[in-house]
Structure formats: structure tokens, C-alpha cells
Write a protein that binds this ligand. Sequence first.
Ligand SMILES: CC(C)(COP(=O)(O)OP(=O)(O)OC[C@H]1O[C@@H](n2cnc3c(N)ncnc32)[C@H](O)[C@@H]1OP(=O)(O)O)[C@@H](O)C(=O)NCCC(=O)NCCS
Length: 136
Amino acid sequence: MITIRPMTIEDYDEVFAMWQITSKRALSSADEREQIARYLERNKGLSQVAVSDGKIIGTVLAGHDGRRGFIHHMAVLPEYRRRHIGHALAEKAIENIRAEGIEKTHIFCYRDNEAGQKFWSDLGFVRRDDIFDFSL
Ligand SMILES: CC(C)(COP(=O)(O)OP(=O)(O)OC[C@H]1O[C@@H](n2cnc3c(N)ncnc32)[C@H](O)[C@@H]1OP(=O)(O)O)[C@@H](O)C(=O)NCCC(=O)NCCS
């Protein structure tokens, strides 16, 4: 059975190992233990993991800045994909963000990540071609 529950910092080692498989390109210093601990503390109860037989097989980081929601590291281990586990994780994350009074949620997706784009479109997210993302 697969369960979805809030992520805690105790999950960090397993989650980080999973991200080495699913999300390597998106990893940065923001994913070090201390930063993730701060993120989880700041966005209490919003990020989720999917667990099968005690093993973490999916993640979603969810938070907001008081105005807009943001989702990061939406990921499912390859052998568990296309079973709507990603869907369930994303829906829970969005529900949690909405419960905090935030209506709109943004995600970042690499332009060449076609599966990612299909995944978000399937969930009803609309791709924005009218804006650039500027980072510092
Ligand atoms: C994207 C990802 C999280 C999807 O997880 P998942 O559990 O397989 O997704 P779901 O089973 O919930 O898929 C829901 C729907 O999304 C779409 N979708 C998901 N993966 C797809 C793929 N590889 N190709 C085409 N459509 C896809 C489909 O419409 C699918 O519905 P269907 O299976 O009934 O056709 C997973 O592929 C992953 O971890 N990829 C690597 C990390 C990544 O790119 N994350 C997204 C960053 S923007």
C-alpha cells in the first residue's frame, strides 16, 4: 500500500538519495540538510512524501511566500511512475497551500522536460509563455 504523509527532516537522507536518481539536475546548495530543515520549518506540514513498504518513493516540496505557492522537487522513483502517485502528491501539496489561504501556485519546469510538462498540464496547470524567470 502507498501512503502519503508530511515530510520531516528525519526523512532527509532517504529523500536526498532519491533526488540523486530523480532530480539531480535541479539540486543545489538549497537542498543541503540545513536549508531543507529551514524550509520544512518555515512551511510546516506542507511538503509530502509517498511511502511504499516503509520506503520513500515520491516527494514534493511545497511552500508559499504569503502571496503565491511554490512547488519544488516533484518526483517519483522511476519504477513507481504512471500510477498516479505523482498526482496524489501534487494534489495534496496544492490542497495544503490552499488551506493556508493561497490561491495560486507556481512550479518551475525545464523546457526540455516533456514528461514534466505533460504531468503539470494534466493536473490543470497552464504553461506561461508570456513571462521569463529572472534569478539572482
Ligand atoms: C513527473 C513525475 C513526477 C510524474 O510522476 P508519476 O507518478 O509518474 O505521474 P502520474 O502517474 O501521477 O501521472 C499523471 C499524468 O501525468 C502525465 N504524465 C506523467 N508522466 C508522463 C510521461 N512520462 N509522459 C507523458 N505523460 C506523463 C500523464 O497524463 C499521466 O496520466 P496517465 O498515466 O493516466 O496518462 C515523474 O515522472 C518524475 O519523477 N520525473 C522526474 C522528476 C521530474 O521531472 N519532476 C517534474 C519536475 S517539473
